[in-house]
Design a protein around this ligand. Structure first.
Ligand SMILES: Nc1ncnc2c1ncn2[C@@H]1O[C@H](COP(=O)(O)OP(=O)(O)OP(=O)(O)O)[C@@H](O)[C@H]1O
Ligand SMILES: [Mg+2]
Length: 461
Protein backbone atom coordinates (compact mmCIF):
# COMPACT_ATOMS: atom_id res chain seq x y z
CA UNK A 1 0.00 0.00 0.00
CA UNK A 2 1.33 3.49 -0.93
CA UNK A 3 2.40 5.71 1.95
CA UNK A 4 -0.26 8.21 2.97
CA UNK A 5 1.00 11.86 2.75
CA UNK A 6 1.78 13.23 6.20
CA UNK A 7 -0.48 16.22 7.05
CA UNK A 8 1.36 19.54 6.69
CA UNK A 9 0.30 20.72 10.12
CA UNK A 10 1.98 17.76 11.73
CA UNK A 11 5.19 18.36 9.71
CA UNK A 12 5.26 22.02 10.74
CA UNK A 13 4.58 21.28 14.38
CA UNK A 14 7.25 18.56 14.53
CA UNK A 15 9.76 20.81 12.78
CA UNK A 16 8.97 23.64 15.16
CA UNK A 17 9.51 21.43 18.18
CA UNK A 18 12.78 20.01 16.78
CA UNK A 19 14.07 23.40 15.75
CA UNK A 20 13.11 25.24 18.93
CA UNK A 21 16.20 24.39 21.12
CA UNK A 22 18.68 25.36 18.33
CA UNK A 23 16.75 28.55 17.57
CA UNK A 24 16.71 29.51 21.26
CA UNK A 25 20.46 28.81 21.59
CA UNK A 26 21.25 30.93 18.50
CA UNK A 27 19.00 33.73 19.75
CA UNK A 28 20.80 33.75 23.13
CA UNK A 29 24.24 33.86 21.42
CA UNK A 30 23.01 36.62 19.17
CA UNK A 31 21.60 38.51 22.19
CA UNK A 32 24.95 38.38 24.01
CA UNK A 33 26.71 39.55 20.85
CA UNK A 34 28.61 36.28 20.55
CA UNK A 35 27.16 35.73 17.11
CA UNK A 36 26.41 38.25 14.39
CA UNK A 37 22.90 38.30 12.89
CA UNK A 38 23.83 36.97 9.46
CA UNK A 39 25.85 33.92 10.60
CA UNK A 40 23.12 33.23 13.18
CA UNK A 41 20.48 33.21 10.41
CA UNK A 42 22.68 31.05 8.14
CA UNK A 43 23.25 28.57 11.01
CA UNK A 44 19.51 28.53 11.76
CA UNK A 45 18.70 27.89 8.08
CA UNK A 46 21.25 25.04 7.91
CA UNK A 47 19.93 23.43 11.09
CA UNK A 48 16.34 23.83 9.79
CA UNK A 49 17.18 21.99 6.58
CA UNK A 50 18.85 19.04 8.41
CA UNK A 51 16.08 18.93 11.07
CA UNK A 52 13.44 19.08 8.34
CA UNK A 53 14.90 16.06 6.57
CA UNK A 54 15.24 14.08 9.82
CA UNK A 55 11.76 15.02 11.02
CA UNK A 56 10.30 14.03 7.65
CA UNK A 57 11.99 10.58 7.85
CA UNK A 58 10.98 10.12 11.47
CA UNK A 59 7.37 11.00 10.77
CA UNK A 60 7.42 8.60 7.79
CA UNK A 61 8.64 5.77 10.03
CA UNK A 62 5.97 6.53 12.63
CA UNK A 63 3.27 6.54 9.95
CA UNK A 64 4.48 3.16 8.67
CA UNK A 65 4.50 1.83 12.25
CA UNK A 66 0.94 3.07 12.81
CA UNK A 67 -0.20 1.44 9.58
CA UNK A 68 1.57 -1.83 10.50
CA UNK A 69 -0.17 -2.00 13.91
CA UNK A 70 -3.47 -1.13 12.23
CA UNK A 71 -3.07 -4.02 9.80
CA UNK A 72 -2.19 -6.40 12.66
CA UNK A 73 -5.38 -5.39 14.41
CA UNK A 74 -7.31 -6.05 11.21
CA UNK A 75 -5.96 -9.65 11.39
CA UNK A 76 -3.85 -9.33 8.29
CA UNK A 77 -0.21 -10.39 8.28
CA UNK A 78 1.64 -7.26 7.13
CA UNK A 79 5.36 -7.30 6.23
CA UNK A 80 7.57 -5.84 8.94
CA UNK A 81 8.26 -2.20 7.84
CA UNK A 82 11.78 -0.70 7.78
CA UNK A 83 11.84 1.89 10.54
CA UNK A 84 15.54 2.80 10.72
CA UNK A 85 14.79 6.45 11.55
CA UNK A 86 12.78 5.39 14.59
CA UNK A 87 14.75 2.51 16.18
CA UNK A 88 12.64 2.18 19.31
CA UNK A 89 9.55 1.96 17.11
CA UNK A 90 11.06 -0.99 15.26
CA UNK A 91 11.20 -2.96 18.54
CA UNK A 92 7.67 -1.90 19.38
CA UNK A 93 6.54 -3.16 15.97
CA UNK A 94 8.23 -6.54 16.54
CA UNK A 95 6.57 -6.83 19.98
CA UNK A 96 3.18 -5.93 18.49
CA UNK A 97 3.64 -8.55 15.75
CA UNK A 98 4.45 -11.24 18.33
CA UNK A 99 1.45 -10.21 20.43
CA UNK A 100 -0.81 -10.30 17.42
CA UNK A 101 0.49 -13.74 16.31
CA UNK A 102 -0.14 -15.14 19.80
CA UNK A 103 -3.58 -13.65 19.86
CA UNK A 104 -4.37 -15.10 16.42
CA UNK A 105 -3.17 -18.56 17.52
CA UNK A 106 -5.47 -18.35 20.53
CA UNK A 107 -8.36 -17.22 18.38
CA UNK A 108 -7.73 -20.16 16.04
CA UNK A 109 -7.68 -22.64 18.91
CA UNK A 110 -10.87 -21.15 20.39
CA UNK A 111 -12.52 -21.39 16.94
CA UNK A 112 -11.28 -24.97 16.72
CA UNK A 113 -12.70 -25.81 20.12
CA UNK A 114 -16.05 -24.27 19.24
CA UNK A 115 -16.12 -26.20 15.93
CA UNK A 116 -15.24 -29.50 17.68
CA UNK A 117 -17.86 -28.86 20.37
CA UNK A 118 -20.51 -28.34 17.66
CA UNK A 119 -19.20 -31.42 15.77
CA UNK A 120 -19.55 -33.52 18.95
CA UNK A 121 -23.06 -32.17 19.58
CA UNK A 122 -23.97 -32.79 15.92
CA UNK A 123 -22.61 -36.33 16.19
CA UNK A 124 -25.12 -37.23 18.92
CA UNK A 125 -27.84 -39.45 17.48
CA UNK A 126 -30.53 -37.92 19.72
CA UNK A 127 -31.93 -34.45 19.05
CA UNK A 128 -30.42 -31.89 21.44
CA UNK A 129 -31.65 -28.35 22.12
CA UNK A 130 -29.91 -25.83 24.38
CA UNK A 131 -31.99 -22.98 25.81
CA UNK A 132 -30.97 -19.87 27.73
CA UNK A 133 -32.36 -18.48 30.98
CA UNK A 134 -35.33 -16.98 29.09
CA UNK A 135 -36.11 -20.38 27.49
CA UNK A 136 -34.92 -19.18 24.07
CA UNK A 137 -33.27 -21.73 21.76
CA UNK A 138 -29.54 -21.04 21.66
CA UNK A 139 -28.20 -24.12 19.97
CA UNK A 140 -29.48 -27.29 18.25
CA UNK A 141 -27.74 -30.31 16.77
CA UNK A 142 -28.31 -31.89 13.36
CA UNK A 143 -30.72 -34.51 14.74
CA UNK A 144 -32.85 -31.75 16.30
CA UNK A 145 -32.90 -29.81 13.02
CA UNK A 146 -33.94 -32.99 11.18
CA UNK A 147 -36.78 -33.59 13.67
CA UNK A 148 -38.02 -30.06 14.38
CA UNK A 149 -36.72 -27.99 11.48
CA UNK A 150 -34.27 -25.10 11.66
CA UNK A 151 -34.78 -22.99 14.77
CA UNK A 152 -34.28 -19.29 14.10
CA UNK A 153 -32.20 -17.28 16.57
CA UNK A 154 -33.91 -16.14 19.77
CA UNK A 155 -36.99 -18.28 19.21
CA UNK A 156 -38.82 -19.46 22.28
CA UNK A 157 -38.71 -23.23 22.86
CA UNK A 158 -42.51 -23.34 22.48
CA UNK A 159 -42.18 -22.48 18.78
CA UNK A 160 -40.32 -25.78 18.21
CA UNK A 161 -41.94 -28.04 20.84
CA UNK A 162 -45.52 -27.27 21.77
CA UNK A 163 -45.84 -29.59 24.74
CA UNK A 164 -47.23 -27.92 27.86
CA UNK A 165 -45.73 -30.63 30.08
CA UNK A 166 -42.25 -30.17 28.62
CA UNK A 167 -42.44 -26.37 28.66
CA UNK A 168 -43.53 -26.27 32.28
CA UNK A 169 -40.77 -28.75 33.21
CA UNK A 170 -38.19 -26.47 31.52
CA UNK A 171 -39.67 -23.44 33.31
CA UNK A 172 -39.39 -25.24 36.64
CA UNK A 173 -35.79 -26.19 35.85
CA UNK A 174 -34.88 -22.56 35.11
CA UNK A 175 -36.82 -21.08 38.03
CA UNK A 176 -34.83 -19.29 40.73
CA UNK A 177 -35.96 -18.57 44.26
CA UNK A 178 -35.85 -15.23 46.09
CA UNK A 179 -32.19 -15.91 46.99
CA UNK A 180 -31.26 -16.20 43.30
CA UNK A 181 -30.55 -19.93 43.59
CA UNK A 182 -32.28 -22.50 41.41
CA UNK A 183 -35.39 -23.87 43.01
CA UNK A 184 -35.48 -27.40 41.54
CA UNK A 185 -33.20 -30.39 40.98
CA UNK A 186 -30.78 -30.05 38.06
CA UNK A 187 -32.31 -32.80 35.95
CA UNK A 188 -35.66 -34.32 35.17
CA UNK A 189 -37.30 -36.46 32.49
CA UNK A 190 -40.64 -36.02 30.74
CA UNK A 191 -42.50 -38.56 28.58
CA UNK A 192 -43.87 -37.10 25.34
CA UNK A 193 -45.57 -38.25 22.19
CA UNK A 194 -44.46 -36.19 19.18
CA UNK A 195 -47.29 -35.82 16.69
CA UNK A 196 -46.71 -37.71 13.44
CA UNK A 197 -46.82 -39.07 11.03
CA UNK A 198 -45.23 -41.20 12.27
CA UNK A 199 -46.00 -40.59 15.92
CA UNK A 200 -42.86 -40.88 18.03
CA UNK A 201 -42.66 -41.87 21.71
CA UNK A 202 -39.95 -39.78 23.31
CA UNK A 203 -38.37 -39.28 26.72
CA UNK A 204 -37.16 -35.69 27.04
CA UNK A 205 -34.16 -35.58 29.39
CA UNK A 206 -33.71 -32.07 30.80
CA UNK A 207 -30.39 -31.06 32.34
CA UNK A 208 -29.50 -27.69 33.82
CA UNK A 209 -25.85 -26.64 33.48
CA UNK A 210 -24.01 -25.52 36.65
CA UNK A 211 -23.78 -22.02 35.11
CA UNK A 212 -24.68 -20.43 31.79
CA UNK A 213 -22.26 -21.34 28.96
CA UNK A 214 -20.52 -18.68 26.85
CA UNK A 215 -23.36 -18.74 24.30
CA UNK A 216 -25.95 -18.33 27.06
CA UNK A 217 -27.04 -22.01 27.13
CA UNK A 218 -28.34 -22.90 30.56
CA UNK A 219 -30.49 -25.99 30.04
CA UNK A 220 -30.07 -28.92 27.66
CA UNK A 221 -33.01 -30.93 26.33
CA UNK A 222 -32.25 -34.33 24.78
CA UNK A 223 -35.11 -36.16 23.06
CA UNK A 224 -34.58 -39.91 23.27
CA UNK A 225 -36.74 -41.94 20.86
CA UNK A 226 -38.25 -44.95 22.65
CA UNK A 227 -40.82 -45.84 19.98
CA UNK A 228 -39.11 -49.15 19.15
CA UNK A 229 -38.80 -50.02 22.85
CA UNK A 230 -42.47 -49.25 23.49
CA UNK A 231 -43.47 -51.28 20.43
CA UNK A 232 -41.33 -54.21 21.62
CA UNK A 233 -42.95 -54.00 25.07
CA UNK A 234 -46.41 -54.00 23.50
CA UNK A 235 -45.46 -56.91 21.24
CA UNK A 236 -44.12 -58.90 24.16
CA UNK A 237 -47.30 -58.31 26.14
CA UNK A 238 -49.45 -59.19 23.10
CA UNK A 239 -47.37 -62.29 22.50
CA UNK A 240 -47.82 -63.61 26.03
CA UNK A 241 -51.54 -62.85 25.87
CA UNK A 242 -51.86 -64.59 22.50
CA UNK A 243 -49.83 -67.65 23.51
CA UNK A 244 -51.87 -68.04 26.71
CA UNK A 245 -55.06 -67.64 24.77
CA UNK A 246 -54.00 -70.30 22.25
CA UNK A 247 -53.20 -72.74 25.07
CA UNK A 248 -56.33 -71.95 27.06
CA UNK A 249 -58.75 -73.45 24.53
CA UNK A 250 -57.23 -76.95 24.34
CA UNK A 251 -56.59 -77.00 28.09
CA UNK A 252 -60.22 -76.07 28.78
CA UNK A 253 -61.25 -78.80 26.29
CA UNK A 254 -59.10 -81.40 28.02
CA UNK A 255 -60.36 -80.44 31.48
CA UNK A 256 -63.96 -80.68 30.24
CA UNK A 257 -63.47 -84.13 28.76
CA UNK A 258 -61.67 -85.38 31.89
CA UNK A 259 -64.63 -84.16 33.92
CA UNK A 260 -67.07 -85.96 31.56
CA UNK A 261 -65.04 -89.17 31.60
CA UNK A 262 -65.00 -89.16 35.38
CA UNK A 263 -68.71 -88.51 35.61
CA UNK A 264 -71.48 -89.15 33.08
CA UNK A 265 -69.37 -91.09 30.55
CA UNK A 266 -67.59 -93.25 33.13
CA UNK A 267 -69.20 -96.45 31.94
CA UNK A 268 -69.82 -95.52 28.31
CA UNK A 269 -67.05 -97.29 26.38
CA UNK A 270 -68.01 -95.77 23.00
CA UNK A 271 -68.09 -92.19 24.36
CA UNK A 272 -64.81 -92.77 26.17
CA UNK A 273 -63.16 -93.87 22.96
CA UNK A 274 -64.47 -90.80 21.10
CA UNK A 275 -63.47 -88.39 23.88
CA UNK A 276 -59.99 -89.87 24.16
CA UNK A 277 -59.60 -89.30 20.41
CA UNK A 278 -60.54 -85.63 20.78
CA UNK A 279 -58.27 -85.31 23.82
CA UNK A 280 -55.37 -86.74 21.85
CA UNK A 281 -56.07 -84.15 19.14
CA UNK A 282 -56.09 -81.31 21.67
CA UNK A 283 -52.87 -82.57 23.24
CA UNK A 284 -51.36 -82.75 19.78
CA UNK A 285 -52.40 -79.15 19.12
CA UNK A 286 -50.71 -78.01 22.33
CA UNK A 287 -47.57 -79.96 21.41
CA UNK A 288 -47.47 -78.28 17.98
CA UNK A 289 -47.91 -74.86 19.56
CA UNK A 290 -45.14 -75.47 22.06
CA UNK A 291 -42.89 -76.88 19.30
CA UNK A 292 -43.49 -73.79 17.16
CA UNK A 293 -42.86 -71.45 20.09
CA UNK A 294 -39.60 -73.23 20.85
CA UNK A 295 -38.52 -73.11 17.18
CA UNK A 296 -39.32 -69.39 17.06
CA UNK A 297 -37.42 -68.61 20.23
CA UNK A 298 -34.40 -70.72 19.10
CA UNK A 299 -34.21 -68.90 15.75
CA UNK A 300 -34.69 -65.51 17.41
CA UNK A 301 -31.89 -66.18 19.84
CA UNK A 302 -29.27 -66.30 17.12
CA UNK A 303 -30.98 -64.21 14.48
CA UNK A 304 -27.97 -61.86 14.34
CA UNK A 305 -25.55 -64.72 13.46
CA UNK A 306 -25.79 -65.40 9.74
CA UNK A 307 -25.59 -69.10 8.77
CA UNK A 308 -22.78 -69.87 6.34
CA UNK A 309 -23.15 -73.47 5.08
CA UNK A 310 -23.69 -74.30 1.40
CA UNK A 311 -27.18 -75.77 1.07
CA UNK A 312 -28.41 -77.84 -1.88
CA UNK A 313 -31.96 -76.49 -2.31
CA UNK A 314 -32.94 -79.34 -4.66
CA UNK A 315 -32.15 -81.78 -1.85
CA UNK A 316 -34.02 -79.69 0.76
CA UNK A 317 -37.12 -79.31 -1.44
CA UNK A 318 -37.25 -83.04 -2.31
CA UNK A 319 -37.00 -83.88 1.41
CA UNK A 320 -39.92 -81.54 2.21
CA UNK A 321 -42.00 -82.93 -0.66
CA UNK A 322 -41.49 -86.48 0.65
CA UNK A 323 -42.75 -85.38 4.05
CA UNK A 324 -45.84 -83.64 2.65
CA UNK A 325 -46.75 -86.06 -0.12
CA UNK A 326 -49.29 -87.87 2.03
CA UNK A 327 -51.05 -84.64 2.99
CA UNK A 328 -51.10 -83.58 -0.68
CA UNK A 329 -52.65 -86.85 -1.77
CA UNK A 330 -55.28 -86.67 0.96
CA UNK A 331 -56.37 -83.29 -0.41
CA UNK A 332 -55.99 -84.42 -4.05
CA UNK A 333 -53.45 -81.69 -4.63
CA UNK A 334 -50.41 -82.38 -6.79
CA UNK A 335 -47.03 -80.81 -6.13
CA UNK A 336 -44.91 -79.82 -9.14
CA UNK A 337 -41.26 -79.20 -8.45
CA UNK A 338 -39.05 -77.39 -10.94
CA UNK A 339 -35.40 -76.78 -10.09
CA UNK A 340 -33.26 -74.91 -12.64
CA UNK A 341 -30.43 -77.11 -13.98
CA UNK A 342 -27.05 -76.64 -12.29
CA UNK A 343 -28.59 -74.33 -9.69
CA UNK A 344 -25.96 -72.86 -7.36
CA UNK A 345 -26.10 -73.77 -3.69
CA UNK A 346 -27.61 -71.31 -1.24
CA UNK A 347 -25.77 -69.85 1.75
CA UNK A 348 -27.72 -70.99 4.78
CA UNK A 349 -28.72 -73.62 7.26
CA UNK A 350 -30.15 -76.89 5.93
CA UNK A 351 -32.54 -77.55 8.83
CA UNK A 352 -33.88 -74.01 9.04
CA UNK A 353 -34.49 -73.84 5.29
CA UNK A 354 -36.31 -77.17 5.55
CA UNK A 355 -38.60 -75.59 8.17
CA UNK A 356 -39.21 -72.60 5.86
CA UNK A 357 -40.25 -74.65 2.81
CA UNK A 358 -42.19 -77.08 4.96
CA UNK A 359 -44.27 -74.16 6.27
CA UNK A 360 -44.79 -72.55 2.88
CA UNK A 361 -45.71 -75.78 1.08
CA UNK A 362 -47.86 -76.86 4.03
CA UNK A 363 -49.77 -73.55 3.80
CA UNK A 364 -50.15 -73.94 0.05
CA UNK A 365 -51.59 -77.45 0.53
CA UNK A 366 -53.85 -76.28 3.37
CA UNK A 367 -55.29 -73.31 1.50
CA UNK A 368 -55.29 -74.77 -2.06
CA UNK A 369 -58.56 -75.80 -3.65
CA UNK A 370 -58.84 -79.58 -4.03
CA UNK A 371 -57.63 -81.10 -7.28
CA UNK A 372 -55.34 -78.19 -8.10
CA UNK A 373 -51.56 -78.04 -8.29
CA UNK A 374 -48.99 -76.44 -6.02
CA UNK A 375 -45.92 -75.30 -7.98
CA UNK A 376 -42.50 -75.02 -6.40
CA UNK A 377 -39.88 -73.33 -8.61
CA UNK A 378 -36.22 -72.77 -7.69
CA UNK A 379 -34.08 -70.67 -10.03
CA UNK A 380 -31.29 -68.09 -10.12
CA UNK A 381 -32.63 -64.59 -9.39
CA UNK A 382 -29.69 -62.43 -10.45
CA UNK A 383 -27.03 -60.59 -8.43
CA UNK A 384 -25.82 -63.75 -6.72
CA UNK A 385 -29.22 -64.82 -5.41
CA UNK A 386 -31.58 -67.76 -5.79
CA UNK A 387 -35.34 -67.58 -5.53
CA UNK A 388 -37.73 -70.31 -4.52
CA UNK A 389 -41.41 -69.62 -5.11
CA UNK A 390 -44.36 -71.64 -3.84
CA UNK A 391 -47.63 -70.97 -5.73
CA UNK A 392 -51.06 -72.35 -5.06
CA UNK A 393 -54.45 -72.05 -6.68
CA UNK A 394 -56.28 -71.36 -3.46
CA UNK A 395 -58.53 -68.68 -2.03
CA UNK A 396 -55.81 -66.08 -2.02
CA UNK A 397 -55.35 -63.40 0.63
CA UNK A 398 -56.95 -59.93 0.54
CA UNK A 399 -54.27 -57.22 0.20
CA UNK A 400 -55.05 -55.61 3.59
CA UNK A 401 -53.76 -58.70 5.38
CA UNK A 402 -50.47 -59.02 3.50
CA UNK A 403 -48.35 -56.60 5.59
CA UNK A 404 -49.35 -58.32 8.84
CA UNK A 405 -49.21 -61.93 7.66
CA UNK A 406 -45.81 -62.65 9.23
CA UNK A 407 -46.85 -61.40 12.69
CA UNK A 408 -47.11 -64.09 15.32
CA UNK A 409 -50.58 -65.59 15.61
CA UNK A 410 -51.89 -63.45 12.77
CA UNK A 411 -54.41 -65.35 10.68
CA UNK A 412 -56.75 -64.21 7.94
CA UNK A 413 -59.44 -66.57 9.09
CA UNK A 414 -58.68 -67.69 12.64
CA UNK A 415 -61.43 -70.29 12.87
CA UNK A 416 -60.39 -71.88 9.58
CA UNK A 417 -56.71 -71.89 10.51
CA UNK A 418 -57.50 -73.54 13.87
CA UNK A 419 -59.74 -76.06 12.23
CA UNK A 420 -56.90 -76.92 9.84
CA UNK A 421 -54.63 -77.42 12.84
CA UNK A 422 -52.69 -74.16 12.41
CA UNK A 423 -51.08 -72.20 15.22
CA UNK A 424 -50.56 -68.98 13.25
CA UNK A 425 -46.83 -69.10 13.90
CA UNK A 426 -45.67 -70.66 10.61
CA UNK A 427 -45.02 -67.47 8.66
CA UNK A 428 -43.50 -65.75 11.72
CA UNK A 429 -40.94 -68.57 11.81
CA UNK A 430 -40.41 -68.22 8.02
CA UNK A 431 -39.75 -64.48 8.35
CA UNK A 432 -37.24 -64.93 11.19
CA UNK A 433 -35.31 -67.61 9.31
CA UNK A 434 -35.27 -65.49 6.14
CA UNK A 435 -34.03 -62.47 8.14
CA UNK A 436 -31.29 -64.57 9.68
CA UNK A 437 -30.26 -65.67 6.19
CA UNK A 438 -30.24 -62.01 5.02
CA UNK A 439 -32.83 -63.10 2.46
CA UNK A 440 -36.21 -61.72 1.43
CA UNK A 441 -39.82 -62.90 1.55
CA UNK A 442 -42.25 -61.56 -1.07
CA UNK A 443 -45.93 -62.39 -1.00
CA UNK A 444 -48.21 -61.94 -4.00
CA UNK A 445 -51.83 -62.94 -3.83
CA UNK A 446 -55.01 -62.48 -5.81
CA UNK A 447 -58.17 -63.30 -3.86
CA UNK A 448 -60.02 -66.13 -5.55
CA UNK A 449 -57.02 -67.03 -7.73
CA UNK A 450 -54.21 -68.05 -5.41
CA UNK A 451 -50.99 -66.94 -3.76
CA UNK A 452 -47.26 -67.02 -4.46
CA UNK A 453 -44.73 -66.87 -1.64
CA UNK A 454 -41.19 -66.22 -2.90
CA UNK A 455 -38.03 -66.57 -0.83
CA UNK A 456 -34.82 -65.02 -2.17
CA UNK A 457 -31.55 -66.28 -0.69
CA UNK A 458 -27.88 -65.45 -1.26
CA UNK A 459 -26.14 -68.01 -3.51
CA UNK A 460 -22.70 -69.50 -2.85
CA UNK A 461 -19.83 -67.89 -4.81
N1 LIG B 1 -50.99 -70.07 0.77
C1 LIG B 1 -51.87 -69.39 1.48
N2 LIG B 1 -53.10 -69.10 0.98
C2 LIG B 1 -54.02 -68.42 1.69
N3 LIG B 1 -53.81 -67.96 2.95
C3 LIG B 1 -52.60 -68.21 3.50
C4 LIG B 1 -51.58 -68.93 2.80
N4 LIG B 1 -50.50 -69.00 3.59
C5 LIG B 1 -50.83 -68.39 4.74
N5 LIG B 1 -52.10 -67.91 4.69
C6 LIG B 1 -52.79 -67.13 5.72
O1 LIG B 1 -51.80 -66.62 6.61
C7 LIG B 1 -52.06 -67.02 7.94
C8 LIG B 1 -50.77 -67.23 8.66
O2 LIG B 1 -50.06 -68.31 8.15
P1 LIG B 1 -49.16 -69.18 9.12
O3 LIG B 1 -48.47 -70.21 8.32
O4 LIG B 1 -48.35 -68.23 9.91
O5 LIG B 1 -50.21 -69.79 10.11
P2 LIG B 1 -51.10 -71.11 9.97
O6 LIG B 1 -50.83 -71.78 8.69
O7 LIG B 1 -52.50 -70.70 10.25
O8 LIG B 1 -50.58 -71.96 11.15
P3 LIG B 1 -49.20 -72.77 11.27
O9 LIG B 1 -48.53 -72.12 12.40
O10 LIG B 1 -49.59 -74.16 11.53
O11 LIG B 1 -48.48 -72.58 9.98
C9 LIG B 1 -52.88 -68.26 7.81
O12 LIG B 1 -53.70 -68.44 8.93
C10 LIG B 1 -53.72 -67.97 6.57
O13 LIG B 1 -54.83 -67.18 6.94
MG1 LIG C 1 -48.74 -72.28 8.17
Amino acid sequence: MADQPIPLRRILAANAVALAPSAIALAVLYGYGALAGRPALIALAGIAVVTGVLVQRYLGSLARFARFVGELAAEREPAMPRLQFAPATEELAAAAATLSAGWRRQRASIDNLAASAQAIVDGLPDPLIAVDRQRRIVRTNLAAVALLGQAGPDRDLSTALRHPQLLSAVDTLLETGADGNFASAERRAVDLVLAGPPEIDVVAHLQRLPRAAADGSLALIVLHDITAQRRAERMRADFVANASHELKTPIAGLAGFIETLRGPARDDAAARERFLGIMAEQADRMRRLVDDLLTLSRIEQHEHARPAAAVDLDHVLRGVLDLLQLKASSRSVTIELEVAPALAKAVGDHDELTIVFQNLIDNALKYAKPSTAVRVVARPAGQGTISVSVSDEGDGIPAVHLPRLTERFYRVDTARSRQLGGTGLGLAIVKHVVNRHRGRLDIQSTPGRGSTFTITLPAVG
